[in-house]
Write a protein that binds this ligand. Structure first.
Ligand code: UT7
Length: 331
């Protein structure tokens, strides 16, 4: 019998309507549109506005659309995994809240936290539940309301991030399509360069932590940049070599959208021209767990059955990795 693989059978995305442009940021911090575009590739990002709206609301919109597209009821979902770095609350899991909001009454659900690599960690984890034969409908959601942990007086970070969510449905396939391989890595020593200092068990919230602005993203950009360029490019080349994929065999690179310069370096290392690279950083900035599924959603109409697609990410932790997907539908 042919091996069962986890095919992506539908994709969806959702971004909030409010735009925060580079021009807007020029009025908030000492920066310029020229600096932001030349150093990162970002022109604008989306911000979720509205009292009480959270990451689960972004994720729920994406899951509702996903079910509609595939023509299934949310009650058919057996497992829902949400990767996020901005959970609604410390607990319960945002995945539980999304399941409740969409009416996925029969799903068990949990979160995965791997910062910007979360979506590929969750995709790999979810695919194992399909490969085992135990489940037939698994939803992976990548969602982040980054604006909830961004210090809009810190020019080093506030220009980079935006809010958004994307989701994919995994179903069993016996024809060799879907998630075919993944290489995932982490190195906790990298935590010093990218983290949120307070609000966890190491430093619970206090007046002192609030006064010190420690509930926001802290990033030492240059070391993160150096590690990201090397590791994202290396692991992408490694997954190609491991699976004997030549540059001409790869139809698309779907990179995490943190910085266009990191993406360019990864594509170069893989021998891919930029017309094979999904790029929407210009419009959404870094949506952390949302970047990869948002790309798949926007490029869906250009994808063909049998396309070899490499997803690659690097993020806080450090965490990084690459996933090889053979696209399961389209012409
Ligand atoms: O997604 C998770 C993983 N994260 C990443 O992969 C991000 C990796 N890092 C980066 O993408 C880049 O390091 C940044 C985009 C964050 C920064 O770019 P950079 O080229 O590394 O700039 P830098 O931090 O070395 O700063 C260069 C200069 C500094 O000024 P001086 O010291 O040379 O006078 C900064 O103060 O640019 C200054 N600067 C800014 N200037 C205008 C930093 N941020 C800004 C800003 N506008 N927003």
């Amino acid at each position: 019998m042919t091996k069962t693989t986890a095919a992506i059978t539908a994709v969806s995305g959702w971004v909030p309507p409010d735009i925060l442009s580079n021009k807007d940021l020029e009025k908030m911090v000492d920066t310029t549109d020229e600096w932001i575009q030349s150093r990162t590739g970002i022109k604008e990002r989306r911000i979720l506005k509205g009292e009480g709206l959270a990451t689960s609301d972004l994720g729920a919109e994406a899951v509702k659309l996903l079910c509609k597209k595939r023509g299934i009821s949310p009650e058919e979902i057996e497992l829902l995994i949400c990767s996020t770095a901005t959970p609604d609350m410390m607990f319960p899991a945002t995945a539980n809240i999304i399941s409740d909001k969409v009416g996925a009454k029969n799903a068990f659900s949990f979160d995965i936290m791997a910062a910007c690599s979360g979506f590929i960690y969750a995709l790999t984890t979810g695919s194992k539940y399909i490969e085992s034969g135990q489940y037939k409908k698994v939803v992976i959601v990548g969602a982040d309301k980054m604006s909830s942990i961004i210090d809009y007086t810190d020019r080093a970070t506030c220009v980079l991030f935006g809010d958004g969510a994307g989701a994919v449905l995994l179903e069993p396939n016996n024809e060799g399509y879907g998630v075919l391989d993944s290489i995932l890595r982490s190195d906790g020593a990298g935590r010093v360069f990218l983290h949120q200092k307070a609000g966890g068990s190491a430093k619970p919230a206090s007046h002192k932590t609030i006064d010190a602005r420690e509930h926001f993203v802290f990033q030492d950009g240059q070391p993160v940049f150096k590690f990201a360029v090397t590791n994202m490019a290396d692991v992408s080349a490694e997954i190609m070599e491991k699976n004997k994929l030549r540059a001409e065999d790869v139809s698309w690179l779907v990179p995490h959208q943190a910085n266009k310069r990191i993406i360019d370096a990864t594509a170069r290392r893989m021998g891919l021209s930029m017309d094979k690279v999904m790029l929407n950083i210009e419009r959404y900035g870094n949506t952390t767990n949302g970047t990869i599924p948002l790309c798949l959603w926007e490029w869906e109409n250009k994808l063909h059955k049998r396309d070899n697609i490499i997803l690659a990410a690097f993020g806080g932790g450090f965490t990084w990795g690459a996933v090889w997907v053979k696209w399961a539908y389209g012409k």
